[in-house]
Design a protein around this ligand. Sequence first.
Ligand code: GRF
Length: 183
Amino acid sequence: MGRRIGVLVSGAGSNLQALLDSGVDVVAVASNTTGAGALARAALAGVPTAVFPLDGYADRDARDLAMAAWLERHGVELVVCAGYMQLLRPGFLERFPDAVINVHPALLPAFPGAHAVDDALESGVAETGATVHLVDAGVDSGRVLRQERVAIVAGDTRETLHARIREVEHRLLPEVVKELAGG
Ligand code: GRF
């Protein structure tokens, strides 16, 4: 058996779906928000979910430690941020050394942060892409594990470009997770 995987989500969860469909061993899904569509996908797949809203805790450190403890209770050994829109505090990262990864919709180190697709479009570059990288305490600053280019075409909007980037992410992320999880 490969390493057991926990997924952190904040949004629609199309990358979570790609992981679930790929057959890797997703054992727990956590979110910072009850509004994440990803939670319904996890529930449908029979994967335990939990929500850790910031306002339920004294501070970010306390929230992240509670989330780490819940993931550990479910046997998680590899954490995948799949559209998880908050930074992770060092206390969380120390619980999963070199075992937290993220998927980002740009060719890092270009366009880090929450508006990567818009930023690439507005900058006028001819191509952007998708990156899977290790997570550290910075903003999309951990070591790059895998990248793939996506051309920007005339008439692209945030939606059309992000849709093409997501297609790449849905292939790239499960590939990297399978390699890291082994088994
Ligand atoms: C993805 O494009 C990911 O790179 C970014 O947020 C988006 C999440 O999409 N961090 P989804 O929730 O997996 O559909």
